[in-house]
Ligand binder design. Structure first.
Ligand SMILES: NC(=O)c1ccc[n+]([C@@H]2O[C@H](COP(=O)([O-])OP(=O)(O)OC[C@H]3O[C@@H](n4cnc5c(N)ncnc54)[C@H](OP(=O)(O)O)[C@@H]3O)[C@@H](O)[C@H]2O)c1
Length: 303
């Protein structure tokens, strides 16, 4: 059986995901990039990280027809860098995703597709609509990264290790309206009743994490790479994981015809379940605002 991980976009994020897949011997990796030299250069560099006894390889190309046979495709392509908010280059990115969706439909109609490119929820929505793929096989990866950031700030505030923070989740948009869910969080096994005063600050910090990071480094790459790798690993190694991820909704959480981050289970077939979790009234109303923000963005592209 041929298995192949194909990564579209060989920039910071695409190359970091490829590095993790290769160094952890997950599968053969194909890098596809518009500038062919970049895909080849990154694959040559990463090839030196192939473990001695690994049977897998990596190669780079600009030719989409080489996608044939891919089991998992990751979209980390981008036509520009945003500076103020993630939806800045939305029209170009949507154009790009439409072209990519047509090609993936042509060359690997059975693949599971993980989207990483921004604006994440809008692109997940358009990819699913244009490709016509099952919504359970088109997964936007970002809310799990936002969740890692949420756990980071809770642990920092309470001066406890991140490992003691559990059931923290960030849902909704991968953008300024994202919703950290405090009501289910436990620390050291106990429900988080304290920190009522800090909730607003933590929420702002999580939403602004990328802005803070960019005051020190040009762009983020490793956090999203690891979160994406975990999903590829779950799919290829047939190990179910539960994470928040973006998926087109059809009634779940009262939402239709929009993609946003919700808690899901992912296995070798893609999303196996959209989990229903209890949210308090404030969280529910914030989630509604978040879905409306994504819907407005989607509509602005249609118009
Ligand atoms: N989901 C998340 O949580 C998360 C976190 C971090 C970043 N991101 C997003 O991930 C994306 C990639 O970020 P990055 O920092 O890696 O960007 P980057 O370094 O600018 O890389 C983007 C790459 O995509 C290539 N590309 C453009 N159009 C393409 C196409 N149609 N097919 C194949 N390759 C194409 C570009 O090629 P050329 O060199 O030829 O232009 C470039 O190498 C961005 O949209 C970013 O916002 C998401």
């Amino acid at each position: 059986m041929i298995l192949l991980i194909s990564i579209l976009g060989s920039g910071k994020v695409g190359a970091s995901i490829a590095f993790l897949c290769v160094s952890n011997e997950l599968d053969d990796v194909l890098l596809v990039n518009t500038t062919k030299e970049k895909a080849i250069g990154e694959s040559l560099d990463i090839a030196s990280a192939i473990p001695e006894n690994s049977k897998f390889s990596i190669r780079g190309t600009d030719n989409y027809s080489e996608l044939v046979g891919s089991d998992v495709i990751i979209i980390a392509a981008s036509v520009g860098v945003y500076t103020k908010h993630r939806a800045e280059n939305m029209d170009f990115q949507v154009e790009m995703i439409k072209e990519i969706a047509e090609k993936i439909k042509q060359y690997c109609p059975s693949a599971i597709v993980l989207l990483v490119s921004n604006p994440l929820d809008v692109l997940t929505y358009f990819f699913q609509k244009i490709s016509g793929f099952s919504r359970f096989k088109v997964i936007g990866i970002a809310s799990s990264l936002d969740t890692s950031r949420f756990r980071y700030y809770i642990s920092e505030k309470l001066s406890v290790p991140q490992s003691s923070v559990s059931n923290a989740l960030v849902l909704g948009e991968h953008g300024d309206s994202m919703v950290p869910i405090f009501s289910g969080v436990s620390v050291g096994g106990n429900p988080l009743f304290s920190m009522i005063d800090s909730r607003e600050t933590i929420t702002e910090n999580v939403r602004n994490y990328w802005r803070t990071l960019r005051t020190f480094k040009s762009r983020s790459q490793f956090g999203i790479a690891k979160n994406t790798f975990d999903v590829i690993n779950a799919i290829l190694k047939k190990k179910e994981i539960s994470i928040p991820a973006s998926i087109v909704l059809d009634g779940e959480y009262g939402e239709h015809d929009v993609a946003m981050g919700v808690p899901v289970k992912i296995d070798q077939n893609g999303v196996s379940e959209i989990q229903k979790i209890k949210l308090d009234d404030t969280e529910l109303s914030s989630l509604k605002k978040s879905s409306q923000k994504i819907r407005n963005d989607i509509k602005s592209v249609h118009d």
